[in-house]
Design a protein. Structure first.
Length: 603
């Protein structure tokens, strides 16, 4: 490759980049497609009226790869080669294109993981109690003792709406003591889903038959003295990227709306084992982006004119509106934090590799995480306890201890605070709420220690990791042109993002992951011996950083704006210290009442 060396310049002195006409731009994009083995239909919208034919992307007539095609590809990749270097590349690029065709002919389902993976544990860092990964195929539904409940002497509310809005910990006590039956609770939630689901556009599929059968079984077991724990008999909702045998798993997207996967996701199976009752499959933005799916836009219960954010849109909306006891969401880049913030839910994103993703739609094998969305931090802990741990089916999952010990005080607890995010004065609309959170923590006795995210690593560009993996996960969708069926056809949506990502060089993807290794170690060093770190939920680079590094985070409501919509605060911490992050977050939440408020209109 020609660079600035030995006096040779890639372009002559005085060279100016050409100004492309529309015809020339069409030729440019077509040339790039030749090198990548893609059909020229993958074009910007402005060029799509060209007579491109109806061939699927990738179905080429194998025109020769020329110097001009290589030069056009260089423009996009930010590289520069000499004419001689291009000539040397032509035969190899032709062979590569043929190899791509062979690879594309092999079936690669969405749930097949790559042979390379991501381990959030930095080299040389030992974590007490952390076991090696379970071999694939090993049995993996451990029997765990149920977590103790901190709530006692719960009185049944007189109004059904109040009952439906209780936290899991209180519902569990009512069910355990048989003051409310699981069947009664299930019918209550099914009725609310039927009544309010269309208003919120948060339901894809109701699971009436399954729910009623699970509720009857729960009541029989509890009557016989076999209470399984705090989730026993509690109705819940699944983000519709989780497979449930016998029901559609639509991924929120038109091309998959009839898809039925005849298996249960591991989290679905584990929650059934814990006695929970699945009442609905809930909406997600198409292929886990945003709150727009093939049925419309999922709504924020606090403001029906506003979307619920995404992509765990239905999980957060239905939980806060009291349509389910809790829900499961997923996060790759903010998909638990963002809808929990918008809707006023409490969400938990566990350490990467603590919850099996078997049976869940893959978007990014090195970033996807499953976690609970509920009405309290304690509820999140109860659900996480039931679903975490290896299953022998997801190769990234390790066993790590989860010692749930709620804190009665924050005295002696060291909490980092992200100083630059709290002190930012411009473009910081939640500053009064964030400052109040620091004051509350200080009043509770916490020792506040200022910290900062690593500043010497380019965070934004590392987003190519997600872009490249997502494009690979939906490679066939792009090449078949079925991405044209998706609802959102704008620049900032998956169809276009998948096409753009086809031009990410493999070298850049690997280099980004090498920088990611540095980032994980730097974030762990930043946290040090702190018990947790508190941050504004949307502090600059926080979501991308901590999703790339795999650190756990709890997001919880932290106040309400003048228009009545909620804001949030986030607690995050060391890898595999999920229990400590939740304990600190619960102590803070117990000193507030924001999570106890209900949106009007859903009583």
């Amino acid at each position: 490759m020609a660079t600035e060396s030995s006096g040779s310049e890639p372009f002559p002195s005085g060279y100016e980049p050409p100004r492309f006409t529309r015809r020339e731009a069409l030729a440019f994009w077509s040339a790039v497609g030749l090198v990548a083995g893609l059909d020229p239909r993958a074009l910007p919208a402005a060029l799509r009226d060209a007579p491109l034919g109806a061939r699927p992307r990738g179905a080429l007539d194998e025109p020769p790869i020329t110097r001009a095609a290589v030069a056009a590809a260089e423009e996009i990749l930010g590289l520069s080669f000499t004419e001689a270097e291009r000539d040397l590349m032509l035969e190899g690029l032709t062979e590569q294109r043929a190899a791509y065709a062979e690879l594309r002919a092999a079936p690669v389902p969405n749930d097949l993981p790559p042979a390379v993976g991501f381990d959030p544990l930095p080299p040389g860092l030992a974590t007490p109690g952390l076991a090696e990964r379970t071999p694939l195929g090993a049995p993996g539904d451990p029997v765990r003792e149920p977590l103790p409940l901190t709530t006692r002497e719960v009185a049944r509310p007189a109004a059904d709406g109040e009952l439906a809005g209780l936290p899991v910990a209180e519902l569990a006590e009512l069910v355990r003591t048989r003051r409310v039956s699981s069947a009664e609770l299930t019918e209550l939630y099914l009725g609310r889903l039927e009544r309010h689901g269309p208003r919120l556009e948060c339901v894809v599929t109701l699971t009436h038959d399954l729910a009623r059968a699970q509720a009857r079984r729960a009541d029989d077991e509890i009557a016989a003295g076999r209470w399984q724990g705090p989730l026993h008999g509690i109705p819940w909702g699944a983000k519709d990227l989780l497979a449930v045998r016998g029901y559609p798993t639509t991924w929120g997207s038109v091309p998959y709306r009839e898809q039925v996967l005849e298996r249960d996701a591991t989290v679905v199976r584990r929650l059934e084992r814990a006695g929970a009752v699945l009442v609905a499959k809930l909406t997600l933005g198409e292929l886990a982006w945003g709150d727009v799916w093939f049925g419309g836009m999922t709504r924020n219960p606090w403001n029906l004119e506003q979307g619920s954010s995404g992509s765990s849109a239905g999980s957060a909306s239905a939980t806060v509106a009291g349509l389910v006891g809790f829900a499961i969401g997923s996060e790759t880049l903010g998909s638990i934090v963002s809808p929990s913030t918008r809707c006023g839910a409490t969400g938990f994103r566990p350490t990467f590799g603590r919850v099996s993703r078997h049976g869940a739609m893959a978007l990014s094998w090195t970033m996807d995480k499953l976690g609970p969305i509920a009405r309290s931090v304690e509820d999140c802990a109860l659900v996480f306890h039931a679903i975490h741990g290896p299953d022998g089916l997801d190769p990234v999952v390790r066993e790590a201890p989860f010692a749930w010990r709620p804190l009665t005080s924050l005295r002696g607890v060291r909490v980092g605070w992200l100083r630059s995010a709290f002190e930012r004065s411009e473009d910081h609309p939640t500053k009064p709420f964030d400052d109040a959170a620091l004051a509350t923590l200080e009043a509770l006795g916490a020792e506040l220690v200022p910290v900062e995210l690593p500043g010497d690593i380019p965070i934004g560009p590392l987003g190519v990791v997600l872009d490249a993996e997502a494009a690979a996960a939906f490679d066939e969708l792009t090449r078949s042109n079925r991405d044209d069926l998706m609802v959102r056809q704008i620049a900032n949506a998956w169809p276009n993002a998948f096409r753009q990502a086809r031009l990410i060089p493999a070298v850049e993807y690997i280099q980004a992951n090498r920088l990611r290794t540095r980032l994980v170690a730097a974030v762990e060093e930043t946290i040090g011996d702190l018990d947790a770190v508190v941050s504004p939920s949307f502090a600059e680079n926080l979501l991308l950083t901590t999703n790339l590094t795999g650190h756990p985070a709890a997001v919880l409501p932290n106040g309400f704006r003048e228009d009545g919509t909620p804001v949030s605060i986030t607690f995050w911490g060391r890898l595999y210290a999920d229990d400590r992050v939740l304990a600190v977050a619960k102590a803070y939440q117990d000193a507030t009442d924001f999570h106890l408020r209900r949106p009007p209109g859903f009583a």
